[in-house]
Write a protein that binds this ligand. Sequence first.
Ligand code: NDP
Length: 310
Amino acid sequence: MTGQVRNVIIIGSGPAGYTAGLYNARAMLNPLMFGGYMSGGQLMLTSDVENFPGYPEGIGGPEMMMQLRQQAERFGLEVQDRNVEKIDASSRPFKVWSEGEEFQAHSLIICTGAEAIWLGVEGEAEQKGRGISTCATCDGAFFRDQEIIVIGGGDSAMEEATFLTRFASKVTLIHRRDVFKASQVMYDRAANHPKIEIKTFRSVTKWLSDDSGLTGAILEDPRDGSTEEIAVTGAFIAIGHKPITSFLEGQLETDDEGYLVHKELTMTSVPGIFAAGDVVDTRYRQAITAAGLGCQAAIDAERWLEDTQH
Ligand code: NDP
């Protein structure tokens, strides 16, 4: 085991994790955070955050995460930019392994968030990270003056499509039905953009490629099964996310989709283990709600530690 038994170990470093870290650090709990190799979470992949109160002009996702981290570190949050491989929740203190090293804590706060879902259709695996991406802010610049497609009908797809107009000559947004989950303001922004064409009732059934990379896709109309081919050299999949919980190896109760469940306030099925952010939130999934849950989990952990006299 490395070091002393900590009061709190926070796993994950998005807005939920940093807010939990800020609160626990200010409560003098000396928290340790495992932030992951790519610390900061999904907001590191977001261009502009316009809906977090307090930023009238908006703020870049990575900049916001840097500020949250600095704020928490100012009060003593210790952040290690490495992943957690597994935990042992069967007895207390809880055990956490990172890069093979064992750490122990009286309580844990899980804030590991969610990761992008891929379509999983023929030809995708070969083009992942080449012609097909799930992150416009990471890979958009590779597609300057090219024709690309974005798949999805939620806010992510609208945001990606709009952002990608900075680089692409044309963006075709493909959605499997004609009802959009996206908010009206984000839908309108995409729909009214001169470089964006929206095609509804289309699903990608196969990616096409040659030695040069992605060349197109076969699109199917789910209503009658008819197909058409679209020629594109880039594709961005924005069809949602799935929670990052596999490292927990089923030790904490989840719902059918793998999201952790709250049993009492922010506590999971194991007393002393709390969860916050997208790993538990199937409904709101916003930076502001993740931060709010991080605050709640930190306060719940603090009170639980007091009550159990740690
Ligand atoms: P959503 O769950 O909102 O939307 C996913 C979209 O992908 C839906 O249109 C869905 O279609 C479609 N889809 C799902 N599976 C498939 C599939 N296998 N094939 C084709 N299409 C599929 O996810 P988002 O990532 O867009 O948004 C998640 C949350 O994050 C939301 O709460 C959103 O508001 C928020 N968000 C906010 C942003 C902002 O405010 N700046 C930016 C990005 C996200 P169908 O509708 O048919 O189910």
